[in-house]
Design a protein around this ligand. Structure first.
Ligand code: CP3
Length: 355
């Protein structure tokens, strides 16, 4: 990997919290902060497909900037999707509105795995061009790059689309472990290449989304997923950018997800940050964990919940967490009032910073 010229953003609260330095204020950003909650997003995307937008550097830049301008969040997250590197590598898939990623030819046999392509760096040139445009626009605001983790990508490829129970994925994993590990090996290679491309282009941090890992037991995660996610973090480690690891419903997995090698562990709303700090153990920062539905409950409730989380975050730090990045427990829901998001950012920034 060629050595990227890193931006130096010593005062950025998001990077300070992620690396265990004391931030000047509590940093906050929101998963899915770009997207359908914003009228300016809906206007810009009118008549343009999701994947088409992800491969248009100007659109990637503009859509990524929209929530930064509107809400004043402490980090931008690259507008893209976890299936973008799969599409770029040549896998036939689409993102269907209201459904999610749909795969034309699901991967279910050893021959299907053997036929999978690898990702070549130039195939995500539109994404890295978008990153370069963003670095000029963002000023002092850090940019988070991301990728889907091997398990969550495998779930889409094996099921053929979104799945509630992940039954075909688990059938392959438990019934044919050799093929499973071969599949996750290929997906790990693609994920590493996609993250390295973004890091080389200059992103300031990365997040690995293992959104559906919460469907697994601890034993299943350890045997069938951990070695692969561990390799992702190890192979991007030398770049020195903070690495965040996130999944939904992963309360029982927080410790082992921390073991995979990230610097920051994302927590959904089901587990208080104090319990998360105990499960993850000392030496890592935490990110989260406001329930996205709380943003529908009115300002008094939002205010109360934000103060509770800030208090729990401070306790988590006394328990050994190295920092806290405010976020939701999962993505912004499409019908969220953008005004409620801006108000949440203002409140979080007005709270006293822990010592
Ligand atoms: O957070 C951000 O603001 C950055 C953008 C982002 C998108 N997808 C844009 C998007 C990120 C980080 C993702 C990651 C992603 N994509 C994940 C992991 C995060 C998570 O939510 O757990 C997953 C599981 C996907 C797969 C995916 N792509 C789903 C489930 C959907 C929603 C389908 C729908 O229409 O309800 C998508 C499409 C998608 N990705 C949209 C956006 C803004 C909506 C498409 C649209 O606006 O038409």
């Amino acid at each position: 990997m060629s050595t990227p010229t890193r931006r130096r953003l010593p005062d950025a609260p998001f990077l300070a919290a992620a690396t265990g330095a004391g931030p000047g204020r509590r940093p906050v950003w929101f998963m899915r902060q770009a997207g359908r909650s914003l009228p300016e997003y809906r206007e810009l995307r009118a008549g343009i497909g999701m994947l088409e937008s992800c491969f248009d550097p100007e659109l990637v830049c503009e859509i990524t900037m929209q929530p930064v301008r509107r809400h004043g969040v402490d980090a931008a997250i690259l507008f893209s999707d976890i299936v973008v590197p799969l599409k770029a590598a040549g896998i036939d898939l689409d993102i269907v509105p209201g459904v999610g990623p749909v795969i034309a030819n699901p991967v279910r046999s050893v021959d299907d795995v053997r036929a999978l392509p690898r990702l070549r760096r130039e195939e995500v040139g539109a994404v890295t061009d978008g990153v370069r445009l963003l670095l000029d626009e963002l000023g002092e605001t850090p940019l988070i790059g991301f990728a889907g983790a091997p398990f969550t990508l495998a779930s889409y490829l094996v099921e053929g689309g979104p799945s509630r129970h992940h039954e075909r994925t688990k059938a392959l994993m438990l019934g044919d472990p050799r093929t499973w590990h071969a599949l996750l090996g290929v997906l790990t290679d693609i994920t590493v290449e996609f993250l390295r491309a973004q890091i080389t282009a200059g992103v300031d941090a990365v997040q690995l989304f293992d959104s559906w890992a919460g469907a697994l037991s601890l034993a299943q995660y350890r045997e069938f997923v951990l070695p692969h996610s561990e390799r992702v973090f190890a192979e991007i480690g030398q770049a020195g950018v903070p690495r965040i690891h996130f999944g939904v419903g992963t309360g029982e997995l927080l410790g082992v997800m921390g073991e995979a090698g990230a610097d920051v562990v994302g927590v959904d709303w089901r587990v208080p940050l104090t319990a998360a700090a105990r499960r993850v153990g000392p030496g890592k920062a935490l990110q989260g964990n406001l329930d996205p539905a709380v943003l529908f409950a009115g300002s008094e409730v939002v205010d109360r919940e934000i103060r509770r989380i800030a208090h729990e975050a401070d306790e988590a730090i006394t328990l050994g967490a190295t920092g806290h990045i405010f976020n939701l427990g999962h993505g912004v829901l499409p019908d969220t009032d953008p005004g409620a998001i801006t108000a949440a950012v203002e409140l979080i920034h007005d709270l006293p910073t822990p010592l």
